[in-house]
Design a protein around this ligand. Sequence first.
Ligand code: ATP
Length: 351
Amino acid sequence: MSIEVKNITKTYGKFTALKNVSLEIPDGKLVALLGPSGGGKTTLLRIIAGLEVPDKKPETDICFRGKSVLNAHVAERQIGFVFQHYALFRNMNVFNNIAFGLKVRRGKERPTSSGIKQRVMELIGLIQLDGMENRYPDQLSGGQRQRVALARALAIEPQFLLLDEPFGALDARVRQNLRRWLRKLHDEIKLTSIFVTHDQEEALELADRVVVINAGRIEQDGTPNEVFHHPKNAFVMDFLGNVNLFHGRADADRFVYEHPDTKNGTLERFFARPHEIDLRPDNPDGTCFPATVKRVQLAASVVKIELLDHNSKEIYVEIPHEEYGKFQFKVGDSVFAVPKKPIVFKEDYSI
Ligand code: ATP
């Protein structure tokens, strides 16, 4: 195991930012810490880096490759750090920004000038900024600056790379390009890396593993497929994409709609993603969910339909264009929704 985090608690005064968090990061993986703002992602990252100290408890430890680094200084931990705001030195060109960590090394640790030059030029190639080594940060785009920040972090040959919302300050398209680029780079260098994001798409697209953090706890830790298709609770399901909530009963493995006001025992809460709902114009056995079409968006890879239920609550449905062609529902039409694979959770999270 590359990184082991054991029973980390972090309190600030009376506020507990992390509650007994444990986590194992396998070698060579790219891991996302995903969650809403204030959940504790950055605090966890900073504790791993040694920039923040966890509460003192006997069961707490942080191990890098099996060795405790709990009391090791940040410099001893050999971590490459990339922050949201690419804090490049504005008075240094690209070459010197990347070379900085090597030039400040002392004595035998410091590579020769030609060694530094070779390493920096390799990194400039890796981040695809060949020919731009003499430019200053304000002569670069946001995406280019962030790539330089990454090269600077890699220059010191860190054991691990930690990235805190690395693309947070960039616009959507640059963000997406950089995301794909980082995934390719990771596949080439296979450096164990952890990145913080609150963007579920970014986590699902980029990471080998996604750790969902909320209110100082880990809600789920799994592959993107696991957290998306097999969420452990309603929070994870809701955070990882649009979700609809229905009330009803399970009847021989299928969903049977019942009005939440029906005095028919306790109704269960069913969750279904927009693409896991069928729409039909009729309700032959009276068990489908009645709603009215509020909006139809055709300009996308699927047809996105917004419905309103009897309580004026919105329901989001996505159906393939061919499927939509059959009934061509319009705004104001009465329709019936049938969740195909509704999920019921034991825990009662309100979403
Ligand atoms: P974001 O996505 O907004 O960065 P996050 O999940 O990274 O959120 P953290 O930055 O780890 O969250 O913060 C977790 C909680 O701890 C927040 O409620 C924050 O206000 C609190 N917190 C963080 N640092 C301190 C501090 N130095 N003093 C007091 N409270 C702090």
